[in-house]
Design a protein around this ligand. Structure first.
Ligand SMILES: Nc1ncnc2c1ncn2[C@@H]1O[C@H](COP(=O)(O)OP(=O)(O)OP(=O)(O)O)[C@@H](O)[C@H]1O
Length: 383
């Protein structure tokens, strides 16, 4: 699933859109109408924000954009939607990112951000700059390893473009609602509370999410679910660093973010972008995880550094963010995930499980530090 998508990046998609002209004759790649680009496992979703009065003229642009993206190597499908929402819903607080250049994550006072979730002490985001790097596999194993460190843990699958928590946990039933019908009860497995859009809609239902809908779906899964009491809610974010991810990073009261990357150069560039996105909105980076860092032969146990070694660690050092550890590329991790059994459940004493436990120990330490810092930080910031 990953092999043919390794080359496909959000940048490649954006640059091909230079060929497509808006009705005003501007390249779509630089037009402010281009609201979001999401690339996940070879599937590309684009949204274009337009004035509904001009929908007819924009339909040609939409088709041209779809055709241009479909022609790119490595694209399995492309979906371009026209959206006509106002940029900001009036009730939502204005995002701070564009007029807030001087805030910085390290040691600063995180401004109280939007959605806080009752019953949840800390929310951490697991993010990746691009799809297919193993963000979801890392999220579930990290959640279980944190559980083993004695924390009460929940996992929210916010990857609404490709929810994977149902597959990774083998849980498929629909969540029940409270008697007043207002809140959903999270499902449970492996001692974790779980919620995913995949529990709510039929599999294979094509989901078309337009910009603002993404955030409202995620905020419902945060606020309208009876979580808790939880020490940590791990949020498996949608892949990429587009508008949806930025809004999520801004509007959710995140204690910190974990960035998952693979050692290939391209993925590291995307990881850098992920770090930058969270720093822009003052979310502390708990650290970088290098997934598929080296190959472990399932027959002889020998190790091969297929993509070279230490790239993500060096990159994390360069960016001044903690390096949380390396996870090997191992057949059992994939096989067991696909069977609904995370490696921490199927092979809890294996070296692979130990790699995730090492990451979890680092995450917990970074989280404790970030929480302590935000407690000490002054509540009023004068700029
Ligand atoms: N360390 C690993 N060793 C072997 N296989 C892995 C490893 N990590 C992830 N995989 C496999 O790689 C594939 C992609 O992983 P996963 O679904 O976790 O990625 P993702 O970044 O969440 O993808 P997407 O962005 O498409 O949701 C899966 O088949 C998974 O089992």
């Amino acid at each position: 699933m990953m092999s043919h998508t390794a080359e496909l990046s959000e940048d490649t998609v954006r640059s091909t859109l230079a060929k497509v002209r808006t009705p005003e004759g501007v390249a779509l790649s630089v037009s402010p109408a281009l609201a979001g680009v999401v690339v996940t496992s070879g599937k590309v979703y684009l949204s274009i924000n337009i004035d509904p009065a001009q929908a007819r003229a924009w339909e040609d642009v939409r088709i041209a954009a779809e055709n241009a993206v479909k022609a790119l190597p490595g694209v399995a499908s492309a979906l371009v939607t026209l959206t006509a929402e106002r940029k900001q819903a009036p009730a939502a607080p204005a995002p701070a990112a564009h007029n807030h250049g001087h805030g910085h994550a390290h040691g600063g006072a995180p401004a109280p951000r939007g959605i806080a979730v009752p019953g949840v002490a800390s929310i951490i985001a697991v993010a990746s700059g691009k799809g297919g790097v193993g963000k979801s596999t890392t999220s579930i194993n990290l959640a279980i390893a944190l559980r083993d460190l004695g924390l009460k843990v929940g996992l929210l699958d916010a990857d609404i473009y490709g929810p994977s928590v149902p597959r990774l946990t083998g849980v498929a039933q629909k969540p029940e609602t409270t008697p007043d019908g207002k809140t959903m009860l999270p499902l449970e497995n492996f001692g974790l509370q779980l919620m995913s859009i995949g529990f709510l809609v039929e599999e294979d239902t094509p989901m078309i999410w337009r910009g603002p809908m993404v955030m409202s779906a995620i905020s419902q899964m945060l606020k309208d679910v009876k979580w808790g009491p939880l020490d940590v809610l791990v949020v498996d974010m949608p892949p990429g660093t587009g508008d949806a991810q930025l809004t999520m990073a801004q509007q959710v009261n995140l204690a910190g973010a974990v960035i998952v990357s693979t050692p290939q150069d391209l993925a590291l560039i995307d990881a850098r972008r992920g770090v930058a996105m969270f720093e822009r909105v003052n979310v502390p980076i708990l650290g970088v995880v290098e997934n598929m860092a080296y190959f472990v032969c399932p027959h002889c146990g020998g190790r091969s550094d297929i993509f070279g070694h230490g790239g993500a660690h060096a990159e994390a050092d360069k960016l001044g963010v903690p390096f949380l550890g390396e996870i090997p590329l191992h057949m059992r991790i994939r096989e067991m995930s696909d069977a609904g059994l995370p490696i921490l459940v199927s092979d809890p004493d294996s070296p692979q499980a130990a790699a995730y436990r090492h990451v979890a120990t680092g995450v917990k330490a970074a989280l404790d530090k970030a929480t302590a810092q935000s407690r000490q930080a002054p509540r009023i910031v004068i700029e």
